[in-house]
Design a binder for this molecule. Structure first.
Ligand code: SF4
Length: 325
């Protein structure tokens, strides 16, 4: 595989996510379970790579509430759902918005088996299926900038400053491509000193710490927002990129780079970005029906196989992160 395989930020980001999944933390032994997601965050800021360090027992407790993320409305219900049946208005604190929205959230939570509900007359009662655990240890953001030159470093500096100051994160990193030459110190000086800098070699899937970050102190009042962010990471992971691409195109392939499966386009002869791999792509061609004959329509063609391969990998990692020491 030539270096051409990692000529986009998108591919670099996938390799960085896989590296984090395998090797996190970069500067010591792994003490907690690790969840890695890409492109999750808040309305103001989405992070390229988000690492949530989690208590393995807490994570197993979280699994009892289903595999999908809980948004803030669902969290309000699930966190306060009582152990014994109770009318929802007695059980849940007033959320500061109309109760009808709470009822909608209760129905959504019940549809996912995250709480139980029943009707007593015209009252809705609920009880929990499991307590919402304290599972989040640390939330860490990594900004990926493979080609770090002076203007890229300058453009990034204010974003990194925001990340350091936002009160939501425990640590902030910038990941850049490892090169034979050392990264000029003047570039690193553009970033706040609290942010760490990693040099990732996308071909070998290894990384080296160039600058150690400071531990930040998230604001106490940001706990709910941190939980929402961690929930997004929990539900989405980083392999869901395939959902917005065209694995059903005959040219879509997965190739292994730096230990990660990344999309590769046979028509373009390179790794495509997720933006260009869409129905509007001029080279898009549906996979021929003949490719689907084995097991089709139950198992589908190669496109569907790619999805399930990524899903199996995700499940394997999920299982490993929950194992007891
Ligand atoms: S030809 Fe276009 S749609 Fe097909 S895999 Fe390549 S980039 Fe994606």
């Amino acid at each position: 595989m030539t270096d051409l395989a990692v000529d986009s930020e998108f591919t670099f980001e996938l390799v960085a996510c896989r590296w984090a999944e395998r090797e996190w933390p970069p500067d010591g032994p792994r003490a907690d379970a690790v969840l890695v997601a890409r492109q999750v965050g808040t309305r103001k800021r989405r992070w390229d790579t988000l690492v949530v360090e989690a208590d393995p027992a807490g994570l197993r407790g979280r699994d009892l509430l289903g595999p999908d993320e809980l948004d803030s409305d669902l969290l309000h219900v699930v966190r306060h759902a009582p152990a014994e049946w109770a009318w929802y208005r007695d059980a849940l604190p007033h959320p500061g918005y109309p109760w009808r929205y709470v009822r909608e959230a209760i129905h959504r939570a019940a549809a996912r088996d995250a709480v139980e509900t029943r009707r007593r007359g015209n009252r809705i009662e609920l009880r929990r299926v499991a307590p919402y655990p304290d599972w989040i240890s640390r939330v860490v953001a990594i900004e990926n900038k493979p080609d770090l030159d002076a203007s890229a470093a300058r453009a990034l500096a204010s974003q990194i400053r925001y990340d350091v100051d936002c009160g939501l994160l425990d640590e902030v990193w910038v990941a850049t491509r490892a090169t034979d030459e050392s990264v000029p110190a003047v570039l690193l000086e553009e970033f706040p000193v609290e942010a760490g800098v990693l040099a990732v070699d996308p071909l070998s899937g290894t990384a080296e710490v160039l600058w150690h970050p400071s531990r930040l102190s998230p604001d106490d009042e940001s706990e709910d927002r941190r939980t929402v962010i961690a929930e997004r990471a929990y539900g989405r992971g980083w392999r869901s990129y395939v959902d917005t691409m065209r694995p059903d195109c005959r040219h879509f392939e997965l190739t292994e780079v730096g230990g990660a499966f990344v999309p590769h386009c046979a028509a373009k002869g390179r790794c495509q970005t997720n933006a260009e791999c869409a129905g509007s792509c001029r080279s898009f061609e549906p996979e021929p029906p003949g490719w689907r004959t084995r097991g089709w329509p139950i198992e589908g063609g190669p496109g569907k196989g790619i999805r399930s391969l990524l899903e199996r990998r995700r499940e394997r990692v999920r299982g490993r992160e929950r194992e007891e020491e």
